[in-house]
Write a protein that binds this ligand. Structure first.
Ligand SMILES: [Zn+2]
Length: 426
């Protein structure tokens, strides 16, 4: 963060850019100064970002099997997640993927946030690696809703770690919260066509995109959205820092300075998910209708071939019954906001139980076939809140998909079963 003096120097520099700087160099120079100035101004103008209660976890080569089982259980029971990734800059090379942060959204606005440390994973042949892979299988499934600030494209470089496949990523449906936020903002603050030059106080307070200087095609940063919507400052100074060094303080022996630096990076990584959650809650409270990232109409037959992938067979085998949250869910978090170190998290300090409310398989199959005439339209179908009881004609997109996937799984099981019989006969 700049000092007051440095701030004024930066402002001066921005208005007197050296004439020898051209092209990309000039752009980069301007961008760095603008970013420093914005951090300083937001810090003065807004209070610090405050997350809702959450429990953080590191997922790396010292995470115990017990902790991984807990995370798997929580992820199986939850249907909504926020996701973010961090990469590191390597000079004259592509950015290297380092972290995936996944927040498991729980009832009552509580959550678990995992930081998966890609450069510190257990060996491939270990049970713990298999459990981490299983965790991703559960979350990267078609019955889950994943909110990302941007598109899911940022996940593709992470395929090299063998925790999930390209096909798996292609089949999941994510919600681009960054795009949704822009729509939301323009719904609530209609754009002025011209910035008013009058000294009218009401005009000055207008926060439509035109009045705050955002172009119609310009995406919203998480920092701007947090500032304008929540009136809070989300520091972004550490973007592209060394996120691959091992953030878990128990991975290596560290001195206090090293520990402090890792704490800052950890907070930064967690806050991206936690600020998305706050924004999401705000948007949901206004009854904003979210739409999926995919915008192509997929006819039923094609949909079937897409979702009947091998990954889903694996998913259905790993989770024999799809658990759904109900109103009688009992959740008890004892130590909120206390950091769970992987080496000290042997004892569960949260308890989550959910009753299995899924209908019988036959019932679901019948419903699914009655849905055959309908087309699946991603863009136009809003995502509804999950309700334990619903009538067939009021099924949301997500519920339809869940039922559809369930029926696909049944078909696959039949197919597998047939194959088994054939094998026995030969
Ligand atoms: Zn305006």
């Amino acid at each position: 963060m700049l000092s007051e003096e440095e701030y004024y120097t930066a402002l001066q520099k921005l208005h007197n850019i050296p004439s020898h700087l051209h092209g990309n160099n000039r752009q980069n120079y301007k961008q760095v100064l603008k970013k420093q100035i914005q951090e300083y101004e937001y810090n003065l103008k807004y209070g610090n970002f405050e997350p809702l209660p959450y429990i953080p976890y590191f997922v790396n080569n010292i995470t115990t099997e017990q902790t991984l089982h807990q995370l798997i259980q929580a992820s199986s029971s939850s249907s909504e997640f926020t996701l973010d990734t961090e990469s590191i800059n390597v000079y004259k090379k592509k950015n290297q993927p380092a972290l995936i942060q996944i927040q498991v959204l729980l009832p009552y606005n509580l959550s678990l946030v995992m930081i998966v440390e890609m450069c510190h994973l257990p060996h491939h042949h270990t049970t713990r690696f298999t459990l981490i892979k299983q965790l991703f299988d559960i979350i990267f499934a078609s019955n889950k809703t994943i909110y990302i600030w941007g598109s899911k494209d940022e996940l593709f470089p992470f395929i090299i770690f063998n925790l999930f496949s390209r096909e798996q990523l292609q089949s999941i449906t994510t919600i681009n919260l960054q795009h949704q936020f822009k729509l939301f903002w323009n719904q609530h603050h209609r754009r002025h066509h011209h910035i008013s030059t009058s000294s009218n106080i009401l005009e000055d307070r207008c926060i439509c995109e035109t009045c705050i200087g955002k172009k119609p095609s310009e995406p919203w940063s998480l920092q701007d959205s947090t500032a304008y919507l929540l009136d809070e400052y989300l520091p972004k100074i550490l973007t592209r820092a060394q996120f691959n060094i091992g953030l878990d303080p128990n991975l290596f022996n560290l001195d206090s300075e090293e520990k402090q630096y890792r704490q800052q990076l950890t907070k930064y990584a967690l806050n991206d998910c936690l600020s998305m959650q706050r924004i999401l809650i705000h948007m949901k409270n206004t009854k904003f209708e979210f739409s999926f990232e995919k915008i192509i109409k997929i006819p039923y037959d094609l949909m079937e071939s897409v979702s009947s992938s091998d990954d889903e067979i694996m998913f259905s085998q790993l989770t024999p019954s799809i658990k759904r949250l109900t109103n009688d869910q009992n959740l008890n978090i004892n130590k909120q906001e206390q950091f769970i170190s992987t080496s000290t998290s042997e004892n569960s300090n949260w308890k989550i139980t959910s009753t299995n409310n899924s209908r019988s398989a036959n019932q679901q199959h019948t419903q699914s076939t009655s849905e055959r005439e309908h087309q699946y339209t991603h863009e136009t179908q809003p995502v509804h809140e999950h309700k334990p009881e619903h009538k067939p004609q009021q099924l949301s997109m997500e519920e339809r998909k869940r039922i559809h996937n369930r029926s696909c799984t049944l078909k696959q099981r039949k197919r597998l079963y047939r194959q088994e019989i054939v094998c026995e006969n030969t």
